[in-house]
Design a binder for this molecule. Structure first.
Ligand code: PCA
Length: 205
């Protein structure tokens, strides 16, 4: 049976919940002929990837879908590229603040997701889901794990699809803040669609 790994993150910074944990709770453990491994990761540089890596080795999954919160964004966004740089004012959940710090000292500057973005975006928009492509995953933990994951797969010559999806705040997170939000349902629908498309790809018409 094919396997998909879907990861979310614990809350971080001033936010007491992370929508990605709620998404994971709603994704079945078997669907579309695939086993779905769900994992919540610590918001800590490098540790997030180190938690994921044994599962990549164990399952050599068909696809890896990394989810994170990007508070302030209006749309669900699929990240095109991870950069080889940790740089953020925000401390991680262990208090580390990293700036101007390469993730892998001899790694390439950037690594593109290997998702078939054009086909995926067609399917997503046919399903009327508000998803865009983003050209930056930021300089914090989400970019860190996306870069490390893609770099690891390349080094190991594993053929898994891997990419990162940022989601906006949930409505309950912006009750007193003037920030955009999105209901949980379209987030879940997007992840389900991604699982299906990546595990059972249909040739583009
Ligand atoms: N979002 C953060 C880290 C954890 C999360 O959900 C980010 O965008 O880097």
């Amino acid at each position: 049976m094919k396997t998909v790994i879907v990861t979310g993150f614990e809350p971080f910074g001033e936010d007491t919940l992370n929508p990605t944990e709620k998404i994971l709770a709603q994704i079945p453990s078997f669907l579309f002929n695939a086993k779905v491994i769900k994992l919540t990761l610590p918001v800590v540089y490098e540790e997030a990837f180190n938690t994921l890596q044994p599962l990549i080795d164990e399952y050599q999954p068909e696809a890896i879908i990394l989810l994170g919160l990007a508070g302030g964004r209006t749309h669900i966004s699929i990240e095109r590229i991870a950069m080889n740089m940790n740089h953020s004012d925000a401390p991680d959940n262990k208090g580390n603040i990293l700036k101007f710090k390469k993730i892998i000292s001899d790694g390439e500057d950037g690594i593109f997701t290997n998702y078939p973005l054009e086909t995926l975006m067609d399917r997503i928009h046919q399903a009327k889901l508000p998803v865009v492509i983003s050209n930056t995953a930021g300089g914090y933990i989400c970019n860190d794990i996306m870069y490390r994951t893609l770099h690891y797969l390349q080094n190991k010559n594993f053929k898994s699809y891997a990419g990162f999806v940022h989601v906006p705040y949930l409505p309950e997170q912006v009750l007193t803040k003037n920030q955009p939000s999105m209901a949980l349902k379209p987030m879940i629908d997007t992840v389900l669609l991604l699982i299906n498309e990546l595990v059972n790809p249909i040739e583009p018409t």
